[in-house]
Design a protein around this ligand. Structure first.
Ligand SMILES: [Zn+2]
Length: 113
């Protein structure tokens, strides 16, 4: 399951950050995940719960912020929301040249003591 490796990646950053800030216990972890990052939030929550067992983040809450997918039209340059993975510009029917957001997978904040 893809989400397990994502959760393990998050956990590694959490451990690094906790060490950096002298935390011995992490209670909450905030992440931003793009709609196009291919991560199912429920599956990630479940995986996170698993990988945090026996770590300093055991029982920590995972707060997932979903970042909408946006593309930039190569013909007219506007940015638009990508819905249902349809990449066509609503103004001119051009094809998105570039995905400008929606692939994020980042840890934004951890809380603990
Ligand atoms: Zn366009």
């Amino acid at each position: 399951m893809h989400e397990v490796s994502v959760a393990q990646g998050i956990m590694k950053i959490v451990e690094d950050e906790a060490a950096k800030h002298g935390m011995s216990h992490v209670t909450k972890v905030h992440v931003r995940i793009g709609q196009m990052a291919n991560v199912v939030p429920d599956a990630l929550l479940f995986a996170f719960e698993g990988v945090t067992q026996g770590t300093l983040a055991q029982g920590a809450e995972l707060d997932i912020e979903t970042v909408p997918a946006k593309g930039r039209c190569e013909a007219c340059g506007i940015e638009f929301d990508i819905e249902d993975l349809i990449f066509f510009c609503p103004r001119c029917d051009g094809v998105a040249a570039e995905v400008v957001s929606g692939k994020e997978l980042e840890l934004t904040e951890i809380e603990g003591d």
